[in-house]
Design a protein. Structure first.
Length: 201
C-alpha cells in the first residue's frame, strides 16, 4: 500500500509464487483534495478577517469530513486484502512533518500529513480486527526506485520511467510495488520478475 495525495491510496499484490506486482488498484485522492481546497480557501478568508477562533474550528470540521472519506477507503482496502490467501499489508513508515512553516500554510501542510497518517491508522485498526498483519517499512527511495530492476531514478509527473530497463509504469503503482518488495526481499522472494524476463530471444 502506498498513501499519497494524488491517489489517496494505491495497492498492488505480490505473492511468493509470482513476485510481479498484480491486481493494482488506485483510490483517487480527488474528493479529499476538493474538500481540502475548499477549507483552505475558507481559512484564508477568515485569516484575512482576523477570525482566528473560526480558523481553528473549521480545522476540526475539515478533519471530520476528511475522516469519513478515509474510513470508506480503509474499508475498501481491507476488502481488497481479503481477496488473497493469508494477506499481509505493507505500508511505509511516514516521516515527521516539517516544522518551519507558519500561518495557514503550516495548518494546510499539517492537515495534509495528518490524513496520510490517519489513513494508515484506520487501515491498521481494521486489519487487526480481521487478523491481517500490518508491517511498516523504511520509505527510502520508494518513489524513485524502479520496482523491476532496482535502478534509482527520478519520477516525472504521474509516470515512472526507468532509464535503465525501460519500464514505464504508473508512479504510485511503482511505489506500492517497492513498498511490498521492501518486505518480501528480506524473505528471499526476489524483487519482481524472474531474472530472465527482460531477455529477448
Ligand atoms: Zn528499471
Amino acid at each position: 500500500m502506498d498513501v499519497g495525495e494524488w491517489n489517496a491510496a494505491t495497492a498492488v499484490a505480490v505473492s511468493k509464487q509470482d513476485p510481479k506486482p498484480a491486481r493494482g488498484r488506485l483510490w483517487s485522492g480527488a474528493k479529499i483534495r476538493y474538500i481540502r481546497g475548499k477549507f483552505a480557501h475558507l481559512r484564508r478568508n477568515l485569516q484575512r478577517k482576523k477570525r482566528l477562533d473560526l480558523v481553528k474550528r473549521i480545522g476540526h470540521k475539515e478533519k471530520r469530513v476528511v475522516n469519513q472519506q478515509l474510513h470508506i477507503i480503509a474499508n475498501e482496502i481491507i476488502a481488497y486484502a481479503k481477496q488473497f490467501e493469508k494477506p499481509v499489508i505493507v505500508m511505509e513508515e511516514l516521516k515527521n512533518i516539517r516544522k518551519n512553516m507558519n500561518g495557514s500554510a503550516k495548518l494546510n501542510r499539517r492537515l495534509h500529513a495528518w490524513s496520510f497518517k490517519k489513513l494508515q491508522t484506520y487501515i491498521e485498526y481494521k486489519a487487526n480486527l480481521e487478523g491481517i498483519p500490518v508491517v511498516y517499512v523504511n520509505p527510502k527511495n520508494t518513489s524513485k526506485r524502479c520496482h523491476r530492476c532496482g535502478h534509482v531514478a527520478r519520477a516525472n509527473g504521474r509516470e515512472f520511467r526507468c532509464p535503465k530497463c525501460g519500464l514505464v509504469y504508473n508512479r504510485d503503482l511503482n511505489s506500492a510495488a517497492n513498498i511490498a518488495h521492501a518486505l518480501t526481499r528480506g524473505m528471499g522472494w526476489g524483487r519482481s520478475e524472474p531474472p530472465n524476463s527482460q531477455m529477448k530471444s
